[in-house]
Design a protein around this ligand. Structure first.
Ligand code: ADP
Ligand code: MG
Length: 252
C-alpha cells in the first residue's frame, strides 16, 4: 500500500512552547488512521500544518509524493485534502442545498465567485453534484431546510457532504463527534464507516475511544508534541506508555 501522507521530522514552536516535536507520521492510502493524545498534545496543530494554515519550522509534509510546504491552503484543498472541523463549518442561515454550492464552487475556482451563476452549463453540473452528495448522507429530503435547524448529527452529515462533494483523496477529521449525544455519535460512526468502505483515506483526531476503536486501522499517539507510540488498535489498547500519557494514567 502506498503512503498518501508522509510527515517527517516536523517541528513547530509557538514562542517558547514546542507544540510539535519531531513528528513522524505516515498514512497509508485507503486506511483510517487515528491520531489520539491528551488535550494540548498538538493534534490540531498537526492538522493545521497538513492543510497549510500553519507551516512547520522544520521538517517535511508530503502528500502523494508532493511537498505541501509553502502551498496555499486552497491549493492543498484542490490537490485533494479536505478537513472536517470540530464545530461543523456550515452556513446556518442558508439552506442545505445552498451550503452544498459553496465548496463545489470554491473547490473548482479556488474562491467563491458569484458571477459563476451566469455560466449555465457549469451551474447544472454543480447543482447535480449538490443533490447527489446530499442524498449520499441521507439529507436530500431536507435540502430546502435552513441548515441552522438541523440536529448536531445532521449538521455533521451536511458538513461531510460538503467535504465529500470536493471528492477528496484524504479526509482529515478533528474530533468529528465532539459534543454529540451517543445516538448522533453512532450515526456519525456508521456514516464514516460507509465512506471508509469506499476506500477514502481518513486521518481522524478523536477523544472518544469508542469512535477511535470503531474506525481506526492504525493509531498514532501524540503527547507533548511527539508521537510516542504508533501501532494497530490492539497494540495501542493497554500500552503502558499510552496510559501514562493520559492524565492520571486513565484507561484507554
Ligand atoms: P490538541 O489539539 O492536541 O488539544 P493543540 O494542537 O490545539 O492541541 O495545541 C498544542 C499546544 O500548542 C497547546 O499547548 C496549545 O495551547 C498551543 N497552541 C496551539 N495553537 C497555538 C497558537 N496559535 N499560539 C500559541 N500556542 C498555541
Ligand atoms: Mg485539538
Amino acid at each position: 500500500m502506498s503512503n498518501i501522507l508522509e510527515i517527517s521530522g516536523v517541528n513547530l514552536s509557538f514562542g517558547g512552547l514546542k507544540a510539535l516535536d519531531d513528528v513522524n507520521l505516515t498514512v497509508k492510502a485507503g486506511t483510517v488512521h487515528a491520531i489520539i493524545g491528551p488535550n494540548g498534545a498538538g493534534k490540531s496543530t498537526l492538522l493545521n500544518n497538513i492543510i497549510g494554515k500553519l507551516s512547520p519550522d522544520t521538517g517535511s509534509i508530503m502528500f502523494n509524493g508532493q511537498s505541501m510546504l509553502g502551498v496555499q491552503p486552497h491549493q492543498i484543498n484542490q490537490l485533494g485534502i479536505s478537513r472536517v472541523f470540530q464545530t461543523p463549518e456550515i452556513y446556518t442561515d442558508l439552506t442545505l442545498l445552498e451550503n452544498m454550492m459553496i465548496p463545489l464552487l470554491a473547490h473548482r475556482d479556488g474562491a467563491f465567485k458569484l458571477n459563476l451563476w451566469s455560466r449555465g452549463d457549469q451551474q447544472a453540473d454543480i447543482l447535480e453534484k449538490a443533490h447527489h452528495f446530499l442524498d449520499d448522507v441521507n439529507l436530500w429530503e431536507k435540502r430546502d431546510a435552513i441548515a441552522g435547524s438541523l440536529s448536531r448529527g445532521d449538521k455533521r452529515r451536511l458538513e461531510l457532504a460538503m467535504c465529500l462533494s470536493q471528492e477528496p483523496k484524504l479526509l482529515l477529521l478533528d474530533e468529528p463527534t465532539a459534543g454529540m449525544a451517543r445516538a448522533d455519535t453512532n450515526n456519525t460512526i456508521d456514516l464514516l464507516k460507509t465512506i471508509a468502505g469506499r476506500g477514502l483515506t481518513m486521518a481522524i483526531i478523536e477523544h472518544d475511544m469508542h469512535v477511535v476503536f470503531s474506525l481506526a486501522e492504525r493509531i498514532s499517539v501524540l503527547a507533548q508534541g511527539h508521537v510516542i507510540v504508533e501501532g494497530l488498535p490492539e497494540e495501542i489498547k493497554g500500552d503502558p506508555r499510552v496510559k501514562e500519557a493520559y492524565l492520571g494514567g486513565a484507561e484507554v
